[in-house]
Write a protein of this length. Sequence first.
Length: 384
Amino acid sequence: MAAKKLAPGEPKFYSREHPELSDRLSIAEFKKQCDTLYRQYDVMVSREEDLSMQLQVSADIYREVESVCNTEQLKPTDGLASLKNKGVEGLPRDHNLQVIKNFQLTKDIITRKDEPSNYAPRRVAGSLQVPDHLQPIQQAEVVLTVAVHHPFRQKKKDMEFQVLGSQPLTVLKDVITCQSDYLMFDDCSENPSEEIQKYVFELGKTRKDQSGFFFIDNTFYNDMRNSANEDYSKTVAEWASAPERCHNSPRLDKFESADMATTHFDQLIIRLGYPYLYCHQGNCEHLIMFTDVAMLHPDDCQDANSYPLLVFQARARRRVCGICAIYTATWVTRHDELAAEDPAFYCDSCFKMLHYSEDGSKLCNFKAYPYYDHIELPTGTQSL
């Protein structure tokens, strides 16, 4: 797909009416203008030249400062090397180091027993998968930051990624893992086995290349990598192209469609801070928002295989069992005569003890489905 172009005279800066939103920005033109500025002002200098200019010192003085401040100077001398593996035991007691004194007094305290946490562990910036090998980025790249919001609590930002302009849109779709990908719509109350739970979990892993689309700048970018995928945007386009709707709303007949796999981020025209749409599993909708566009900096990750790069993930509570309130829920029931709420969530032990007799027969009417909490799912998963 060819890169989109802005109309002549179209503004390219932030609007005064909505300062939190930028006007339409062509990523290809942004990259072109940055390349022109780099050549014009010759900012592509070495790290030594860059830092010496910022410090306003000569290159010789900079090299001298770098040598004195080198981290190698922080290593212990030969006289202290023998204390390397002794810890605080190798230190004398007659010192005035209060931190060491406190540690010596408390080092024998038994640590607290690990307990199930009600929160998912906070993620630090990093790739969702460890690459098999490094692939250095050889050319000037645009880095886009994309925020992905919760499907129901749409004001809540759940995840944020950095993607490269040369990457196709499918790489972003593949790392947005939602709990709706791991839902099973068939009632499993007659046979609530562990094999069914494993089957649903493995099925969710294979749903990444299933039907879905991004709606960005009046264009539907559909995932058609799988021959069995459906074009979700076709229904919307047919509805919008009806004569009675086009007459009342002329902008509705201007929708376009493109293939997500053949469209790269540097071919888009976007507005920073503007909400766009990601839809999958038929009707699970997430707002996505481009929050930043910049050229790749030397301090950024230089490994192309590490992108998309997870730079933020919201901390969310896990769903605990409604009976014991200790273990993570693994089953969800609907129309449950024994539950105080609908839907109701249970761990495996409480679910079977409450709903089944010793011979495995049901004690009441209900429907049961496997439930996978976001803590149990792959890293980067959104919670429902």
